[in-house]
Design a protein around this ligand. Structure first.
Ligand code: C2E
Ligand code: CA
Ligand code: CA
Length: 451
C-alpha cells in the first residue's frame, strides 16, 4: 500500500502529520488477531508540562517543537513499528513483542525514546530542556487481548509514571488502577448501545482446582463501541449507574446469558452454571425474582444453571427486606448465590447466615502473591476455615500465576478463577476454549493457560 493511500485510510494529525489513535489501536489489534503479525507492545510518551511551551514561546514554536520531536522519535524506530500523535505533546508507539527478556528490552527502548526528547532543542538562541514520561504495556499483561485494552493499560502506566514525577517510566502491572473512568457517555448513547446489541457479556471460566474441570462461567459486560472498540466496564458502569440504566443492563445480560447456555447445550458443551453480577439497585427491585423466574421459564433453563453474584458490601447493609427476600426467593427456587469481593465488604457471620449462600468469592486483593506472602496465606486459610464451618464453597478470584494456583490447592481452596486459567473472552471463542480445556483436563492436571 502506498503512503498516500495509507493517508486516505487513516487520518493524520494536522501538526505532526503522524497517524492518530485509531491507527494505533488497529495496529495493536492486529498483534492479537492476525496470526501472521507479531504481538505488539504499546508505549505512550508524553512531554512533561508541554502546554507551558505555548505560553512561553507561542503556538507556532510549540507546533515546530512537536513536529521535530515526532520526527526524531520516528527516526529511532524500525519501519515495522508505528508512531502516532495522541494529543499535543503526546505520542503512542506500537513495536513488535521481543522474543526474549521482554521487560528489559522495552525498558531500554522506552529510555532511549525518552532521552531523545531530553536532548536540548535550540529555540530563539537558547537551549530548551524538555523531559518526558513514558508508560508501556506488554501484550501478555493486557487485561484483555484487544488493542483498546493494551492501549488503556499503557495509559494507566503513563498516569502512574506521571504521578511519580517528571521523567519517569512505568510498565503496566495488573495491580495498577484502571485509567480514570470516562463518564462522558451521554444517556442517549448508552441507551442506544444497550438496545442495539453493543453491550454484551464476555465469559471468564471458573474451574475446580482439584479436578481442573470447568464448573461455570462468569459473565462480564463489555461494550463494543463503534469507534473505540471493546471497552471494559470500569469505563462505563459509572455512567450507566448515573443514567439509571443498570436494570436494563441486567435484563440484557440475563437474556444474552440464557441464549449462551442454550447454545452451549445444543453443541453438547458442559457449562454447569453461568454467573451474573447484580447491583444493589437491581436487588432492591421487588419485581426481580419474578423477572428472573419468567426468563428462566421462557428459555426453559433450570434455575441451578444460573448463579447470581451479590457484593459482600450489599449483604453487609443487611437491613433492606426486599434484598433479603429477593436473594432468599431466588435461592429457594434453585439459583446459586455467590458472595462477590469477599473480604472487602465487612459482612459479619450473622449477615452471611441470614442469606442462603452457596459460595464466597475471595477478593483478588487476598490472592495476589499468596504463594510468597505469609500474611496472605494466613488470611485465606482463616477465610477457608470459616467457609468450611458454614458449609459453603470458596472460590479464589484473580489467580494470575501458577504459584498462586498451586498454593491455593495446598490451602484447600476448591474453586478458582483468573488469568492463570483464562482471561474473559467473547462468546464466539468460548466453544473452542471449552473443547480444548476439556481435552487437556481429561488428560492431565492442573490445567493452566500456557503463559
Ligand atoms: P468483578 O465481578 O469482581 O469481576 C472480576 C474482575 O476481575 C473482572 O473485571 C475481570 O476481568 C477481572 N479479572 C479476572 N481475573 C483476573 C486476574 O487474574 N487478574 C486481574 N488483574 N483481573 C482479573 P471487569 O470485567 O473489568 O469487571 C469489573 C467489575 O465490573 C466487576 O468486578 C463487576 O463488579 C462489574 N461488572 C462487570 N460486568 C457487570 C454486569 O454485567 N453488571 C454489573 N452490575 N456489574 C458488572
Ligand atoms: Ca463478579
Ligand atoms: Ca469480584
Amino acid at each position: 500500500m502506498t503512503r498516500s493511500s495509507l493517508k486516505d485510510r487513516w487520518p493524520t494529525d494536522p501538526v505532526t502529520d503522524l497517524p492518530q489513535r485509531e491507527r494505533l489501536i488497529n495496529m495493536l489489534d492486529t498483534g492479537f488477531e492476525d496470526p501472521e503479525m507479531k504481538e505488539k507492545t504499546c508505549l505512550v510518551i508524553e512531554v512533561d508540562a508541554f502546554p507551558n511551551l505555548a505560553e512561553h514561546y507561542g503556538r507556532d514554536a510549540q507546533d515546530r517543537i512537536e513536529t521535530q520531536l515526532g520526527e526524531t522519535l520516528r527516526s529511532m524506530l524500525r519501519v515495522t513499528d508505528l508512531i502516532c500523535s495522541l494529543d499535543r505533546g503526546k505520542f503512542g508507539v506500537a513495536i513488535d513483542r521481543a522474543a526474549r527478556a521482554d521487560l528489559e528490552v522495552v525498558l531500554q527502548i522506552a529510555s532511549r525514546l525518552q532521552s531523545a526528547i531530553t536532548t536540548p532543542i535550540e529555540l530563539n538562541e537558547t537551549h530548551l530542556h524538555l523531559t518526558a514520561s513514558v508508560g508501556f504495556a506488554l501484550p501478555q499483561r493486557a487485561p484483555e487481548a484487544t488493542g483498546e485494552s493494551l492501549f488503556q493499560a499503557a495509559e494507566s502506566a503513563l498516569q502512574s509514571a506521571q504521578a511519580a514525577g517528571p521523567g519517569s517510566i512505568r510498565a503496566f502491572s495488573n495491580g495498577m488502577a484502571p485509567r480514570a473512568a470516562a463518564t462522558n457517555h451521554s444517556e442517549a448513547e448508552l441507551t442506544e448501545a444497550l438496545e442495539t446489541g453493543q453491550m454484551l457479556p464476555w465469559f471468564q471460566p471458573q474451574v475446580c482446582l482439584r479436578t481442573g474441570r470447568l464448573t461455570g462461567m462468569e459473565a462480564l459486560v463489555r461494550w463494543n463501541h463503534p469507534k473505540q472498540g471493546w471497552i471494559a466496564p470500569g469505563a462505563f458502569l459509572p455512567a450507566l449507574t448515573q443514567a439509571g440504566l443498570l436494570e436494563r443492563l441486567s435484563e440484557v445480560m440475563l437474556f444474552e446469558c440464557l441464549t449462551a447456555i442454550c447454545a452451549w447445550d445444543k453443541q453438547g458443551l458442559e457449562v454447569p452454571t453461568i454467573s451474573i453480577n447484580l447491583s444493589s439497585a437491581e436487588l432492591s427491585n421487588p419485581k426481580l425474582f419474578e423477572k428472573i423466574r419468567w426468563d428462566l421459564d421462557r428459555f426453559d433453563v433450570s434455575p441451578e444453571r444460573l448463579t447470581l453474584e451479590v457484593l459482600e458490601s450489599v449483604i453487609a447493609q443487611g437491613e433492606d427486606d426486599v434484598i433479603v427476600r429477593n436473594i432468599n426467593a431466588l435461592s429457594r427456587m434453585g439459583c446459586n448465590i455467590d458472595l462477590d469481593d469477599f473480604g472487602t465488604g465487612h459482612a459479619s457471620i450473622a449477615h452471611i447466615r441470614r442469606f442462603c449462600l452457596n459460595r464466597i468469592k475471595i477478593d483478588r486483593s487476598f490472592i495476589t502473591h499468596i504463594d510468597t506472602d505469609p500474611d496472605q496465606q494466613n488470611m485465606v486459610a482463616a477465610i477457608l476455615t470459616m467457609a468450611k464451618q458454614l458449609e459453603i464453597r470458596a472460590l479464589a478470584e484473580g489467580v494470575e500465576t501458577h504459584g498462586e494456583y498451586a498454593k491455593l490447592g495446598e490451602l484447600g481452596c476448591t474453586d478458582v478463577q483468573g488469568y492463570a486459567v483464562a482471561k474473559p473472552m467473547p462468546m464466539d471463542v468460548t466453544s473452542l476454549w471449552i473443547k480444548n480445556h476439556k481435552s487437556t483436563s481429561d488428560r492431565s492436571h492442573p490445567v493452566l493457560k500456557h503463559a
